[in-house]
Design a protein around this ligand. Structure first.
Ligand SMILES: *[C@@H]1O[C@H](CO)[C@@H](O)[C@H](O)[C@H]1NC(C)=O
Ligand SMILES: *[C@@H]1O[C@H](CO)[C@@H](O)[C@H](O)[C@H]1NC(C)=O
Ligand SMILES: *[C@@H]1O[C@H](CO)[C@@H](O)[C@H](O)[C@H]1NC(C)=O
Ligand SMILES: CC(=O)N[C@H]1CO[C@H](CO)[C@@H](O)[C@@H]1O
Length: 518
């Protein structure tokens, strides 16, 4: 039983009962009404196709992606009224004119800051359900600018995430419509339709996005320069890569730059884990230390899955670090004086119950093709990694094998999952060819040729390695923000912001303002 689905359906049927309450009341048949209602609850909630529940830890990062997506929704003042939800009729296949099928693509907009003649700002949705939060919050970087220039702000959910489901399932057949190119074409058609809907006579659309949507924002401007006027691409990995060794290098450097004793302790802790992992007794000990749901088995899939999880904790902490995160993590890591217990302590920072170590259960979770499946967003995102981007955060770099975790998770282990989860045809050579095609198509971080694009990146963000870090032409503007993390520039100012972040936001702000005033 899925509470969300069930309550949605119930709301509808119970409304029907409510509207007939008067009839039952006057005819003295209230008992019948209650019986009917109870019967309905049972019927609706004991669905013939119940949503399966899997034992997958909610604090687990899968391919660097946390449970709720790469970019946390900003906080919104509870007194702010929520913008209503709208649906746009988008084409299921933007590149096949003979396919006339459409789907309902969800979006929100807010016109309270709009001044006639002002620009249009679009937050591009990515690998998670969107909400009205970005258009409602008046205190995030893009709405602070929107107020100043009188922009109308929009947020468009990405196909195959949230309520925007082109085919109603995520089978291998359907997933061929889940590509960044389709998503960009959705953006273009959406913009053209909004121009008509709001009668924008000389629109100036500026796209925004963070993480994968950061790359989409940059690519939208590069691909459709006549429709999109300029772009802000926060932490956008515009370079696809299968073996993303640079990711863990940044995690290591972030800890090592803070305190070499901290990274050394992680290293020693992992070496002890690697040693214990070799024997059954050792794995039992590790299972107790890390409070695993089952005893860790000795096969390589289980072992890699376990490592992905505990290394993932360090990844998540660094990827989303604020000025207090790394000091706190390093204190946990080193304070007991026992390096292995340090790794345990760090892993207990945000643990929710036992840690799942059942690889087959994880594969089943990923194979569930229902749009209501618990892992639906992971299934969609990992598909995008197999089909277009790679981004596999292996431990293959010499820095990581030598100084950080020891040799643990080879890239092949990530790649093999593409065939296991989706289809036998998604084998090693297919995945490598897919990633090569992506870079050929979008030209990569060195060949990027869009103009009027700003690329904010935090040096503590492992993803910055794949963004545009030096200008590729006279109108691309990398903004390197020292010591900050993934998409930090997108949020509102905080009192503990480092100067580099405040300065970085100022640069983004002045680029956007100068484009609007051109
Ligand atoms: C659209 O805007 C133009 C220019 O402001 C105006 O002349 C026209 O009447 C508007 N059309 C509609 C349908 O609102
Ligand atoms: C997968 O393909 C890559 C690139 O061609 C190659 O380097 C790697 O060894 C292959 N791995 C497997 C397991 O075949
Ligand atoms: C960018 O490169 C592509 C492929 O080489 C080319 O078709 C396009 O015209 C270029 N755009 C600009 C603005 O130079
Ligand atoms: C990977 C990379 O190029 N990182 C650079 C990011 O920007 C900082 C500051 O300019 C450089 O020191 C890094 O080398």
């Amino acid at each position: 039983m899925n509470i969300k689905v069930c309550s949605k359906k119930l709301k509808f049927t119970l409304n029907l009962y409510l509207s007939s309450i008067f009839f039952f009341w006057t005819s003295g048949q209230m008992k019948t009404l209650f019986l009917l209602a109870a019967f309905t609850i049972i019927l609706v909630c004991s669905d013939a196709n119940p949503v399966k529940s899997y034992k997958i830890s909610k604090n687990r990062l899968i391919r660097g992606r946390p449970w709720h997506g790469f970019v946390k929704k900003p906080p919104v003042d509870p007194r702010t009224p929520k913008s209503p939800t709208y649906y746009h009729d988008s084409k299921v296949d933007n590149f096949d004119s003979s396919n006339t099928k459409t789907y309902k693509q969800r979006y929100w907009y807010n016109e309270k800051w709009y001044k006639p003649g002002g620009p249009q700002f679009l937050m591009i949705g990515g690998e998670a359900a969107e909400s009205s939060a970005w258009v409602d919050s008046g205190n995030v970087e893009w709405t602070i600018i929107a107020k100043e220039v009188g922009a109308m702000v929009f947020d468009l959910e990405h196909r195959f995430y949230g309520d925007s489901q082109p085919t109603g399932d995520l089978t291998f057949e359907s997933l061929k419509y889940l590509t960044s190119e389709q998503a960009l074409a959705d953006v273009k058609h959406f913009i053209l339709d909004m121009n008509a809907k709001f009668n924008f006579t000389s629109p100036r659309w500026i796209t925004f996005g963070g993480s994968y949507p950061g790359a989409l924002s940059a690519w939208a401007r590069q691909t459709y320069p006549d429709t999109i006027y300029a772009a802000v691409a926060s932490s956008g990995p515009v370079q696809a890569v299968v073996d993303f060794t640079g990711y863990l290098d940044v995690v290591y450097n972030a800890l090592n730059n803070y305190d070499p004793k901290c990274s050394a302790s992680v290293h020693t802790g992992f070496l002890q884990i690697n040693e214990l992992m070799k024997t059954e007794d050792g794995r039992k000990t590790l299972s107790t230390f890390f409070n695993t749901c089952d005893t860790i088995k000795g096969d390589s899939d289980t072992i890699n899955y376990f490592y992905e999880s505990i290394i993932g904790t360090y990844m998540g902490q660094v990827q989303y670090s604020d000025p207090t995160t790394i000091p706190y993590l390093c204190q946990l890591q080193t304070s007991s004086g026992d390096d292995l217990q340090g790794v345990v302590a760090v892993n207990q920072m945000e643990s929710q119950g036992c840690l799942d170590v059942n690889y087959q259960e994880y594969i089943d979770f990923m194979k569930d093709t229902s749009v209501n499946a618990e892992g639906v967003e992971y299934r969609a995102w990992v598909w995008q990694t197999c089909n277009e981007f790679g981004f596999y955060q292996s431990t293959d770099s010499s820095l990581v094998t030598g100084d950080f975790t020891g040799a643990d998770i080879p890239v092949d282990w990530y790649v093999q999952q593409c065939a296991q989860i989706y289809d036998a045809s998604m084998e090693n050579t297919t995945v490598y060819a897919n990633i090569k095609n992506t870079n050929k198509h979008y030209l990569g971080q060195k060949g990027y040729n869009g103009t009027k694009v700003v690329f904010p990146n935090g040096t503590n963000d492992p993803w910055h390695v794949l963004s545009v870090l030096s200008p590729t032409n006279s109108k691309t503007y990398p903004v390197i923000i020292d010591g900050t993390s993934h998409c930090a520039d997108m949020y509102g100012p905080r009192s503990d912001d480092p100067t580099s972040l405040t300065e970085g936001r100022k640069k983004i702000h002045s680029h956007v303002i100068s484009w609007v005033n051109e």
